[in-house]
Each structure stands twice: as structure tokens, then as C-alpha cells.
Design a protein around this ligand. Structure first.
Ligand code: NDP
Length: 287
């Protein structure tokens, strides 16, 4: 049988950013995104830098607030409160993880839900769950866009999501339910995970375990969305490979379509952050 179609998230994200840039040019104002980074976590620094670069590239304003790891919780809350009140700021993103002495839930609750472009505030999670207009977490939103681009309607399809985090698994389930899929959410306590996965027309892996989903867990012809980003320890040549939660080499022989790692879901996340910022800016300004 032929190999699975490779779903090119990098190309889709580029098209989405180009569309956003064209739209922003017609708005008559410049949406602004504020990013708060606490501490020196190297991965977070890379994410924040990429977010800022892409924000400016599509024609928005980027406000970066870098605070030392020693900053107090009260100071972070005060900054978020200032950003809530700042009319130039349409979106606020607090980069996670925060240092242990800062209560991340308290910080997220302080963000104005109308500026919550990560979609992590309980008001947005609740709106998504009840079917109201919501700012939706970027990674699952990106997965949904790739799926709808590939399939058109998803109505009636069996979707199985492995992972139930508030950031990926749960909002992914809500989005697929809204798109009229029949949704199953699996997790670390699920029984017979391979059999559950084999039911899926759409299989989303958001686990954080390198290459856990094997080829024989996949229904022939299914669409596989691999959210995982796992860096393997360096091999004998000192090279450390990035792999997903799906064993790509096996899965590509069985699936109908699959997102690669890297170049699949990953690039969609920042593009969707920019999308959410434009959505928030238009909603706040009544456009
Ligand atoms: P979490 O660690 O928050 O959640 C992982 C989920 O997987 C949990 O629900 C857990 O179950 C479940 N799980 C863990 N082990 C197993 C197992 N053996 N069998 C079945 N289920 C299991 O991770 P995230 O949701 O934040 O992220 C998931 C992956 O996606 C990671 O690789 C992360 O790097 C990647 N990611 C990528 C992004 C991007 O593309 N931009 C953005 C965000 C994440 P339980 O609840 O029972 O513990």
C-alpha cells in the first residue's frame, strides 16, 4: 500500500501567517501581543524569541517583558494587571513554566479573558466547553486547522485523543466534538490503549512519550496528528534527534495521512497564537 500523505504544518503555518499579515494591513490599527517571560529557561527563551520575531513579521507590535527568576508573585500579578489595562495590548501570554514560588494558576486567572490568547483562562475553557465564542489554546487549534484543511468536514469521524492535559488533550477533544466527531479521550489509566487507538479515524497523540504509538495501533488509512515533541538522548555521533509521540517510520506505512515531527503540529502553534491575537484585537475593538 502507498505511504501516508505527509501533512505539512510548516507550509500551512506560512500560508496562515501570510493571510494574517494581509488582514492586519487592512485593519487600520496594529494589534499588540505582550509576552511575559520569568527566569532563564533556555527552551522558553527560544519560544519567546520566535514568538516576538513572527509577531513583528506579520505587522503586529510585540511587547516583551523579561523578569528575573527571583521576581515576586506580586510583581508578576502587578505586571499582568498593567497589561490588562494597556489599550495597546490585545493579547497577553505568560510563558510557562513559571518558577515554583509563583502560582501559575493565580497568574493565569489574573489575565483578562478577552486578552487571553493562550486560551488557558477557565473562562475561555468554559466558553469552549459550552460552545460559546472563546480564545482556544493554540496547539489544538492548529491541529484542528490541519485536520479541516485535509478532510473538509470531520462530521461522524471517530477521533481518539491520547492525553488529557488542559493545554492540549482536553481542548482538542472539545474542538473535535464541536466539529461533530465521536470523541474518546485516553490517558495513562486507559485500558488496552492499542485497541482504543485502532478505532480512530483521527488519532491525536499528545502524551510526551517518544514513539509510543506504534504502527499496529493505527487503523489503516487513519489520519494521525502527532503533537509530541521529544528530544532523544544523543546517539554515538553526538546527534540528538527530535521525535514525536508516534513511531513515524511504522505509522507512515499504515496511516492515510500523518504530521511529521518536526514540521507538523509544531509550527502551527505560533501561527495560531498570532491568529488568536488578531481575533482578540478585532473583538476588543468591535471590528
Ligand atoms: P502533559 O504531560 O501535560 O500530558 C500528557 C498526557 O499524556 C497526560 O494526560 C497523561 O495521562 C498522558 N500519558 C502519559 N503517559 C501515558 C501513557 N503511557 N499512556 C497513555 N497516556 C499517557 O503533556 P502536554 O499535553 O503538555 O504535551 C504532550 C506532548 O505534546 C509533549 O510531548 C509536549 O512536548 C508536546 N507539546 C507540543 C506542543 C507544540 O507542538 N507546539 C505544545 C504543547 C505540547 P495522565 O493524565 O493520566 O497523567
Amino acid at each position: 500500500r502507498p505511504q501516508a500523505t505527509r501533512i505539512d504544518g510548516k507550509a500551512f503555518a506560512e500560508k496562515l501567517r501570510a493571510r494574517l499579515a494581509a488582514e492586519i494591513a487592512t485593519l487600520g490599527f496594529q494589534p499588540g501581543l505582550a509576552v511575559v517571560l520569568v527566569g532563564e529557561d533556555p527552551a522558553s527563551q527560544v519560544y519567546v524569541r520566535n514568538k516576538a520575531t513572527q509577531t513583528v513579521e506579520v505587522g503586529m507590535r510585540s511587547f516583551e517583558h523579561k523578569l528575573p527568576a527571583s521576581v515576586s508573585e506580586a510583581e508578576v500579578l502587578a505586571l499582568v494587571t498593567r497589561l490588562n489595562a494597556d489599550p495597546a495590548v490585545d493579547g497577553i501570554l505568560v510563558q510557562l513554566p513559571l518558577p515554583p514560588h509563583i502560582d501559575a494558576d493565580k497568574v493565569l486567572l489574573t489575565i483578562d479573558p478577552a486578552k487571553d490568547v493562550d486560551g488557558f483562562h477557565p473562562v475561555n475553557a468554559g466558553r469552549l466547553a459550552t460552545g460559546a465564542q472563546a480564545l482556544v489554546p493554540c496547539t489544538p487549534l492548529g491541529c484542528l486547522m490541519l485536520l479541516q484543511d485535509f478532510h473538509g468536514s470531520l462530521a461522524g469521524m471517530e477521533a481518539v485523543i491520547v492525553g488529557r492535559s488542559n493545554i492540549v488533550g482536553k481542548p482538542m477533544a472539545q474542538l473535535l466534538l464541536k466539529a461533530d466527531c465521536t470523541v474518546t479521550i485516553a490517558h495513562s489509566r486507559s485500558r488496552d490503549l492499542p485497541a482504543l487507538c485502532r478505532r480512530a479515524d483521527i488519532l491525536v497523540a499528545a502524551v510526551g512519550r517518544p514513539e509510543m504509538v506504534r504502527g499496529d495501533w493505527i487503523k489503516p488509512g487513519a489520519t494521525v496528528i502527532d503533537v509530541g515533541i521529544n528530544r532523544l538522548p544523543p546517539d554515538e555521533h553526538g546527534k540528538s534527534r527530535l521525535v514525536g509521540d508516534v513511531h513515524y517510520g511504522e505509522a507512515v506505512q499504515v496511516a492515510g495521512a500523518i504530521t511529521p515531527v518536526p514540521g507538523g503540529v509544531g509550527p502551527m502553534t505560533i501561527a495560531c497564537l498570532l491568529h488568536n491575537t488578531v481575533t482578540a484585537a478585532k473583538a476588543r475593538r468591535g471590528v
